[in-house]
Design a protein. Structure first.
Length: 154
């Protein structure tokens, strides 16, 4: 996504018009328009003011993705009790049907025993809590997934 598009989406998410942004920054509406059309770039001082105005970090402003931002906000708004009520496997199975059917094809307990061993090892060797061990293992699997995807793209 271009910086201009990121600026446009962040402004829209904030509910501001180009005129309102221009007024708050002491610039012309045309300048805001040129930024959003990728004709010019805001300088670092203006970028800092934009990030404050749009309530995002500079990094988020540079790579603003409305869909990701909305998901992050939804997760932040969801309390732990509600999260426990969600059947995450069923939810993800909508996008990845294998999650609804693999139990009939895979020796789940065999794999679970191996994973339990890895969780126990993380707890024992690093002193992680149960939750932290799960999160570390999840992150390792996520990294493996990313590496697989990069390898498949070659």
């Amino acid at each position: 996504m271009s910086l201009g598009n990121s600026l446009f989406r962040a402004r829209k998410k904030s509910g501001l018009s180009q005129e309102a942004v221009a007024e708050r920054l002491g610039i012309s509406r045309q300048t805001v328009s040129k930024w959003e059309l990728d004709e010019t770039l805001p300088d670092i001082c203006q970028s800092r003011k934009l990030s404050a105005l749009y309530h995002v970090t500079l990094d988020e402003l540079i790579d603003f993705d409305l869909e990701v931002k909305e998901i992050e906000e939804a997760i932040d708004r969801t309390n732990e009790e509600t999260q426990k009520q969600i059947d995450w496997t069923r939810m993800w199975a909508r996008k990845y049907p294998i999650l609804a059917s693999y139990q009939q094809e895979v020796a789940v307990e065999e794999y679970a025993a191996q994973l339990r061993g890895q969780l126990d090892r993380l707890r024992r060797e690093h002193g992680y809590s149960g939750v932290d061990a799960f999160l570390v293992l999840k992150d390792i699997l996520g990294r493996l997934w990313t590496e697989e995807q990069k390898g498949a793209a070659r």
